[in-house]
Design a protein. Structure first.
Length: 461
């Protein structure tokens, strides 16, 4: 009989194969196609007249991509369904005109780049243009309001929670940390990874699937997509077209990195320790003072990508591990020392809101007014005294028979994810790709009831 670990591995391999099949299946093309890029423009001469029959060749030396289009009668060309990424080169060739070579073009996911060119009369000169300084172009093709977060931004942005891209979503204009985008309901967002639907419809998209410091609710994603495994994040906040997704809120399209003709990789470590943690106001004002929360946060991993066969097949693999040892301040309500000794307090008839007056019934008085003449159950009081800690604040309770107690409860979180992608170029017009993700997490579902208790509600994957 297979053990659970072997079953999980077999299930993961099956899902990977199924994903690959969906990626190339014409029936599921609309749902499984990754977020593609595009480029269009008008080619003119120096007088502003359009030039038809100009050959425009778009290539990417890193992946062996090559596609050629010809301008139509009004000088317009268009490339569609191009894999997003950096390092593209466009060569414009027209009879009787100098050749123009535009290099370092960055094509963003789900965005059609406008690249107009002017050709000079001639036939023996190649003019090179560097497009790296014009990566962001004005969107003149649709009414989508959003942002493209490319790999450079992903590497440089100070994202605290690296094993999930949710922090990138809530940083967008018009987005709240509860998952509402430009006023839409929190269950109206759509998140895809390489075109695959990763929305958690079981929870309605109003809660997040992972935990840990810096993580807020909103944007539930099934399966993690670590920040360091992403090539780009395309965000559509408003004005999204029908091709963006099935929801009326925000459209968030994640693109996984791919391998290239050169090997590339990285190692990373993000560390935070208790020396950067301040105590809360409530902990400092408790009696006795509650020590500051413990926090040791290590997020580490690495990635590697490269060719399997030059210009034909490529691989990419990312490993991400997050180990967070932390505590969270928890407030409970416990019985006061007076009540534990059998005394029952109450506001007497002389009490006013401005001048509260408290009187107490002694254990003998409680027994006297008890119809059974039993009074307080000493066994129960001894059990309460043994199980419930003593009060250290007055934030909760009535302040007479009950009062507050706060403590630091363990809130550890261990998360590991593996992301892999394989790309294969059949020919200039057909491409196969497959990806899989394995995510494991052990965390705390709910804090302990009292300090010193064992873990009462762990989340074990």
């Amino acid at each position: 009989m297979l053990n659970p670990i072997k079953k999980s591995c077999i299930g993961t391999i099956f899902c990977a194969l199924a994903t690959l099949m969906l990626a190339v299946s014409p029936v599921c093309f609309g749902q499984a196609t990754q977020a593609a890029a595009g480029m269009t423009g008008v080619v003119t001469d120096q007088s502003g007249a359009v030039i038809p029959n100009v050959a425009v060749t778009l290539t990417n030396a890193a992946t062996g991509f090559k596609l050629t289009q010809t301008t139509n009668s009004i000088g317009v060309y268009r490339f569609a369904d191009v894999p997003p990424g950096q390092g593209y080169e466009a060569v414009f060739t027209g009879n009787g005109f100098d050749k123009v070579d535009v290099q370092n073009i960055y094509l963003n996911a789900s965005t059609v780049r406008t690249q107009n060119e002017t050709l000079a009369v001639g036939a023996h000169q190649t003019i090179q243009v560097n497009a790296s300084t014009s990566e962001v172009t004005i969107n003149t093709t649709d009414a989508v309001v959003g942002d493209n977060i490319d790999v450079k931004k992903l590497n440089n942005l100070p994202v605290l929670q690296r094993n999930d891209p949710i922090a990138l979503f809530i940083d967008q204009p018009g987005t709240t940390d509860t998952g509402s985008v430009t006023g839409a309901r929190v269950d109206q967002n759509n998140v895809t990874v390489d075109g695959l639907d990763t929305n958690d419809f079981a929870t309605g998209g109003a809660m997040q699937s992972n935990t840990g410091p810096g993580v807020t609710s909103g944007f539930t994603v099934v399966g993690h997509a670590p920040v360091d495994s992403l090539e780009e994040v395309h965000v559509g906040l408003a004005g999204n077209g029908a091709d963006g997704g099935v929801a009326g809120g925000g459209q968030f399209q994640l693109v996984t990195k791919s391998g290239t003709n050169k090997f590339h990789g990285d190692l990373n470590e993000y560390h935070r320790d208790p020396s950067l943690v301040a105590n809360s106001w409530f902990s400092n004002n408790a009696n006795p003072i509650v020590p500051r929360n413990h926090l040791i946060q290590n997020q580490f991993g690495g990635s590697i990508g490269g060719p399997i066969k030059r210009d034909k097949a490529f691989f990419f693999f990312d490993y991400s591990n997050s180990r967070i040892i932390s505590g969270t301040l928890v407030q409970r309500t416990v019985l006061t020392d007076s009540f534990r000794n059998g005394n029952v307090g109450y506001y007497n008839s002389s009490s006013t809101p401005a001048n509260p007056q408290v009187s107490y019934l002694t254990p003998g008085q409680v027994q006297a007014i008890d119809p059974e003449k039993i009074g307080a159950d000493t066994t129960w009081l001894n059990g309460v005294d043994a199980r419930f800690p003593k009060s250290n604040n007055r934030a909760t309770g009535d302040g007479i028979n009950s009062s507050g107690y706060n403590f630091n409860a363990p809130n550890d979180d261990y998360a590991t994810s593996y992301v892999s992608r394989i790309d294969y170029n059949l020919n200039s017009g057909m491409k196969l790709w497959g990806r899989f993700t394995i995510a494991r997490e052990n965390a705390v579902e709910n804090p302990n009831e009292f300090g010193g208790d064992p873990a009462t509600d762990p989340f074990v994957d």
